[in-house]
Ligand binder design. Structure first.
Ligand code: AMP
Length: 401
């Protein structure tokens, strides 16, 4: 997938004046638990340039997204209504909430909509055919508009009716945000300013093995943290106390660390924070990795490790980060993650990319999003891309051209 292939699918190359345009956006926003209050509206903000571009060209803009994991359309807590309201505030213009995502009533309301206006379909996951990539649902969605734009990078790794199937029935293009995400990740993987460091953390080594293997061929250093560090420490021959490690991944991890064909140096923690139980209020202490107490669990990287990681980060020209260094949700085990976030934000002349999911939440909560080059709107999609795998929704648009 080259940048020139992607550019030919850009909406900027096509005459779209006075068209009805369906945009697949990713408005699957974090909500405050048990409420319909939006906790972070970054994804709406990121979608606005594309919407405004279309409005300037007198288009009718119809937005389509999923939100959460509803069981059926009667799961009203997953309605798009709060998002529609917030979008209307941010655009400073009315946004019509449509009653569903398909069917005569929705089609009629779209027909009656004046040009230069915006409407939002209901949560596409209210339709059981969405995740099954049902061809009939794809066709019904395509019937709503003249043109389809996919701007939902966050679900680009899913072949669903609204991301993949629909492109078989309607002229389909890449949105601005999708293009931006792919350009940034493309440069990271093909031509980064060096030295480049990848920081990979998170719960389990098995979730990140594909990414680690692919990155190890191109980046200069890989910093390891999070729950998955236990498997790396164990693979080095140390005891990890009561920490969960993945026995069936040990040989893969050893190969990764010892494979001299790899470009990357794999850097694992020097010390860790261990706790006497998996709890926010657990007793904790610092331990060197060669003396982790038998009855304790690793919940964060230690202070010496933070210092070492700072040195590697500050000496890099490109940094990519995915996955927390510890159980950052609990204050006592958040220092390693906060340290990495601050070190990345402090890298003044480098390119810094934060790869979606919980890592993006950390950076946003620390109000550091503006201090990094790019915070990706996709967690799973970023990981799929970094693994070197195809993104089905992107491939579908390239085929449609
Ligand atoms: P992931 O979605 O794979 O990036 O993992 C994020 C989750 O990993 C967060 O919810 C963290 O609490 C969790 N995590 C990070 N470090 C640890 C650790 N040492 N032990 C258990 N869970 C961890």
């Amino acid at each position: 997938m080259t940048n020139s292939t992607l550019n030919s699918n850009s909406i900027k190359k096509h005459d779209i004046k006075d068209k009805t345009v369906l945009i697949r956006v990713d408005y699957n926003l974090p909500m405050d638990p048990g409420t319909t209050n939006i906790a972070d509206d970054s994804r709406i903000l990121a979608s606005i340039p594309q919407i405004e571009y279309l409005l300037k060209r007198n288009c009718k803009v119809i937005l389509l997204s999923h939100l959460g994991r509803p069981n059926s359309s009667s799961d009203k807590e997953f309605s798009m209504k709060p998002i529609t309201k917030r979008l209307s505030e941010l655009l400073d213009k009315p946004v019509l909430q449509l009653p569903g995502c398909k069917g005569k009533e929705v089609e009629n309301q779209i027909k009656q909509l004046p040009f230069k206006s915006v409407a939002m379909l209901e949560n596409i996951r209210f339709e059981s055919g969405e995740t099954k990539n049902n061809p009939r649902l794809s066709r019904e969605l395509a019937n709503l508009a003249d043109i389809y734009i996919n701007d939902a990078f966050g679900v680009a790794h899913r072949a669903h009716a609204s991301t993949e199937g629909i492109t078989k029935h309607i002229p389909s293009y890449m949105g601005f945000l999708m293009q931006k995400e792919l350009d940034i990740l493309g440069k990271l993987m093909s031509n980064p300013d060096r030295p480049m460091t990848a920081i990979i953390g998170g719960a389990k080594a098995s979730d990140k093995m594909g990414v680690l293997k692919n990155l190890s061929k191109t980046v200069d250093s890989i910093i390891i943290g999070g729950g998955m560090a236990a498997t790396f420490i164990k693979a080095k021959g140390f005891s990890v106390g009561l920490s969960k490690y993945e026995d069936d991944r040990l040989s893969e991890v050893i190969n990764l660390m010892e494979d001299h064909k790899n470009r990357a140096e794999i850097i694992i923690p020097h010390d860790v924070i261990v706790a006497d139980r998996f709890h926010a209020d657990a007793n904790f202490q610092v331990a060197s990795i060669d003396s982790i107490p038998e009855n304790m669990i690793i919940l964060d990287i230690g202070p010496k490790t933070s210092q070492i990681y700072n040195g590697t980060i500050s000496g890099s020209c490109t940094v990519m980060w995915n996955g927390p260094m510890g159980v950052f949700e609990w204050k006592n085990f958040s220092s390693g993650t906060i340290n990495v976030a601050k070190a990345i934000a402090g890298l003044e002349d480098g390119t810094t990319v934060v790869g979606g999911g919980s890592t993006a939440d950390v950076v946003s909560k620390l109000k550091l999003s503006n201090n990094v080059t790019h915070v990706s709107t996709g967690g799973g999609a970023t990981l799929t891309y970094l693994e070197g795998k195809a993104l089905p929704a992107v491939e579908a648009i390239i085929k449609n051209d």
